[in-house]
Design a binder for this molecule. Structure first.
Ligand code: FE
Length: 205
């Protein structure tokens, strides 16, 4: 250990409960098996629905809203970058730009509610309607089933939180925002807001 470097104790009471660990293990098995995207999503969707069906496992440091912008906390990235798990935390009034993902994504509502407006691919960006996600519900995006949307917190009096699973390390994938009026695309890489990951490996079952 380098001089001056501090050891940080892992406190059992600071760990995630086992639900996230169980999800990570199951999702790893799904991507290990491989297969076509519809088959992967068909198996991954109920796993995510089960994860967000109980709201007792997300540590508070990954559920904290920011007054400045919505937060994307990385909860887990597969070592081979085959999938990632992210908590999205929205304060009242916060929303994304119109954007794409370029890989499949599942959105599981954990707390509060979110509204997602769907659009046709650019440059048309015709509105396709909106979905309201409430706790326990799961939505999906991908280039093959519809990849362009704009998401906002549907509640104006409290934070909303959804757990996203993507078919890659979404924080480092180059993708796009779109001007809803002109269709003009801008490249972006979202990154993550957190510097640490939840400790899921010494959590109680
Ligand atoms: Fe999105």
């Amino acid at each position: 250990m380098a001089q001056g470097q501090k050891l940080v104790a892992v406190r059992p009471d600071a760990c995630c409960p086992g639900r996230l660990r169980d999800f990570v293990v199951a999702a790893t098995r799904v991507v290990e098996r491989g297969g076509a995207e519809p088959d992967v999503l068909a198996v991954m969707t109920p796993l995510l629905a089960a994860l967000v069906g109980t709201d007792d496992w997300l540590p508070p440091e990954f559920a904290a809203p920011s007054p400045d912008r919505y937060c994307q906390y990385l909860l887990h990235c597969d070592p081979l970058e085959r999938f990632s798990v992210v908590s999205f935390v929205w304060a009242p009034g916060q929303h994304t730009p119109v954007h794409d993902h370029t890989v499949w994504g599942l959105i599981g509502q954990l707390r509060g509610a979110e509204r997602a407006e769907r659009f046709t691919p650019p440059p048309e960006l015709r509105p396709l309607g909106a979905d309201l996600l409430e706790p326990g519900m799961v939505g999906a995006v991908s280039p093959s089933i519809g990849d362009v949307h704009r998401v906002c917190n549907a509640l104006d009096d409290r934070a909303s939180i959804s757990i996203h699973v993507y078919g890659g390390n979404i924080g480092r994938i180059p993708r796009h925002t779109f001007d809803p009026l002109t269709g003009e695309a801008k490249r972006f890489v979202s990154g993550y807001v957190n510097a640490v990951l939840p400790n899921i490996w010494s959590a109680a079952p």
